[in-house]
Ligand binder design. Structure first.
Ligand SMILES: O=CCCCC(=O)O
Length: 478
């Protein structure tokens, strides 16, 4: 997890050119920022939900106005297409407005049965936990940080963002966005630090909790430090989502969505469909349609209209993808389409479809972070689910079928945090997001996401002058 001093930089993946570099915060500057966050929490937790709603709405309006500029920034820093970047900014606006609209109701006390516990009143209040460290990845540089920030700020928490080192300008933009929306000073700060400094922040007594979206090894590291310090974490780690196509599916539609599901964000999404399981009765036709549509994608400059797949975000990311494909080919996989690096500057990789996958191949049970689809032919839904479940990850899962029984079996048996039928796994501000197994734990978005970083405090208020009935434990000890 270590980064060198000069590794915080904007490097354009479409050209390989380093555009801007940043010095990491000094120890003193970091200390000061953590102190300011802790001070900010002392007063911010006392602000009213309605005040926070006003600031969230202002942030939504400001981001809407900034969409073109921040979208260009994201394209320049990590190579997603301009259209995808604008859509990402739009989703962040929706999330800010979602919490502005629904947040106050989520913060209302929840009444319990006071009579059953001999109380005059009994209820649950959700209170902010404090300063939360958000360790975020580069692939959705605005959205992943925003889906932490919007509920956290609505809850009355204070955020410290340690973003990926290749998206420093987007990270700084977020701090600026909340400042100009009118949030009190220091409730959301960006920390330009390398990964090796995370432990220090996480162990700081003034930091209450952490959320991480990133790789499984990063999750293990954060979870073990947080476990040692007894701090709450939410982990959203890798995924290798299955995409199962059964004979009753609308094959053309399933193939069209398969291409988007695999190649969205230039193939770099935890919830991208990565493993395709196709029933033998339709495998030939589906493979033909899928390959045709993958091969027709326009690969090119992410700033240009009409580009569907831009470069991978980093040179090492492309090398990893190439290694996975070469390893599979060496072990007998067939390249149906793609499998090459286009002959141009920048870290491009052609949309690729591989068949003939076997357990010896590295991509069988790892995650390929690029536009490479691996396709299996299966004889039954159960076979598809069994292979899907043998993977260590369990983030999302997709099924294409018109058969009610198959849908129920899939929803019951697939090991994932999200199951989508006749559509692709997508995050919505209105739905919980998260995984099981090595894909992490905890949920983001909706009320579940907000409560992850809140203390659910039980309140019992006794009737005046009456005696409190004791529970079994108290009676037994008498
Ligand atoms: O790498 C994780 C991708 C999350 C994408 C999304 O929330 O849409």
């Amino acid at each position: 997890m270590a980064t060198s001093k000069s590794s915080i930089a904007t490097i354009n993946p479409a050209t390989g050119e380093t555009l801007k570099t940043y010095e990491p915060l000094s120890d003193e500057a970091l200390e000061e920022k953590i102190g300011r966050a802790a001070d900010a929490f002392r007063s911010y937790r006392l602000t009213s939900p309605q005040e926070r709603v006003g600031w969230l709405r202002a942030a939504a309006d400001a981001l809407e106005a900034d969409t073109d500029a921040v979208a260009e920034l994201m394209v320049t820093e990590m190579g997603k297409t301009l259209a995808a970047a604008k859509a990402e900014a739009g989703k962040c606006v929706t999330a800010l407005r979602y919490y502005a609209e629904h947040g106050p109701a989520m913060l209302e006390p929840k009444l319990a049965d006071a009579g059953a516990v001999g109380a005059e009143q009994a209820f649950l209040v959700h209170q902010p936990i404090g300063v939360v460290l958000a360790i975020m990845p580069w692939n959705f540089p605005l959205w992943q940080a925003m889906r932490f920030a919007a509920p956290a700020l609505m809850a009355g928490n204070v955020g410290l963002l340690k973003h990926a080192s290749n998206v420093p300008q987007t990270a700084l933009y977020m701090e600026e966005l909340f400042r100009k929306a009118g949030f009190p000073a220091d409730v959301f700060q960006t920390l330009l630090i390398g990964s090796s400094t995370i432990e220090r922040v996480l162990r700081d007594d003034r930091v209450a909790a952490a959320t991480l979206t990133g790789s499984a090894p990063a999750g293990q590291s954060v979870a073990s430090i947080a476990g040692d310090a007894l701090k709450k974490t939410v982990l959203e780690l890798g995924g290798s989502d299955p995409y199962i196509v059964m004979p009753s599916a609308d094959l053309d539609r399933a193939a069209e969505v398969a291409v988007t599901a695999r190649c969205q964000n230039n193939g770099q999404s935890c919830i991208a469909a990565k493993r395709f399981f196709v029933h033998a009765d339709v495998a030939e036709e589906f493979t033909r349609l899928f390959a045709e549509k993958m091969g027709a994608l326009v690969v090119g400059d992410p700033m240009e209209d009409g580009t569907q797949v831009g470069p991978l975000a980093t040179e090492s990311g492309r090398e990893d993808v190439e290694r996975y494909v070469q390893d599979a080919v060496d072990k007998g996989a067939t390249v149906v389409v793609g499998g090459t690096r286009p002959d141009r500057a920048g870290w491009y990789y052609a949309p690729t479809l591989l068949t003939g996958i076997t357990p010896e191949m590295d991509l069988y049970d790892e995650e390929v972070f690029g536009p490479v689809a691996a396709l299996w032919t299966v004889d039954t839904l159960e076979e598809a689910i069994d292979i899907a479940n043998s993977h260590p990850y369990g983030l999302g899962a997709n099924l294409w079928s018109e058969d009610e029984q198959e849908r129920s079996t899939f929803i019951r048996d697939v090991q994932s945090g999200m199951a989508f039928v006749n559509g692709m796994v997508t995050s919505y501000p209105e739905l919980p997001f998260g995984g099981v197994k090595q894909s992490g734990y905890g949920r983001e978005l909706t009320d579940l996401g907000m409560y992850e970083f809140m203390n659910a405090k039980t309140v019992w208020i006794g009737p005046r002058g009456s005696e409190q009935a004791q529970g079994d434990t108290a009676s037994a000890s008498e």
